[in-house]
Write a protein that binds this ligand. Sequence first.
Ligand code: MN
Length: 212
Amino acid sequence: MAKSLDPLKTYRAKRDFDRTPEPSGETRPRRKAEKSAQRRKPRFVVQKHDARRLHYDFRLEVDGVLKSWAVPKGPSLDPRVKRLAVRTEDHPLDYARFEGIIPEGEYGAGTVIVWDEGTYRNLMQDKDEKLSMAQAIDAGHVEVWLQGRKLRGGFALVRLKPRAGERRENWLLIKMRDEAAVEARHAADTADPESVLSGRTLEEVEAEENDV
Ligand code: MN
């Protein structure tokens, strides 16, 4: 499979790291760290992002970067609910710990908290085709088992057929039916808005950083 030399090229092109506190992803993991990354479970993170429109960024660690989708309504635990998930550019691994304010005028300006994090397992690896995560994303059908603090169990990401002239990749994020499913049509967030890193809400991060 052809691989782009720098998977973070688009990520970097959109940002001015003299202005935004977001990580540049320039510090490449050393070979030793890369080897241990192959042994440990891959990570996922969901960031809550109060940008032009409030949304959740769903990110899965795949081959040294965070594959990313913006989910306007956030993940649902109800298997009957299909949430739009728009594919966005790959992010660096250290973005998974990023919380703070992206300044006005910069790409994605607004406040970010780490709403959930944990590890995941690629369920497509258990099927006959034994697809890697990269292959599953290319094929437009991903199934993962999340072990987060808030999100648990199986989640599917399914790519929709592009409409004529549509340049963005639209996917659906759907809770799979298992013991972690909850048949209630509310956003997963309503009862649980805080960061799993700092315990802060978006509003608290905004208030604190504006105090400095
Ligand atoms: Mn975002």
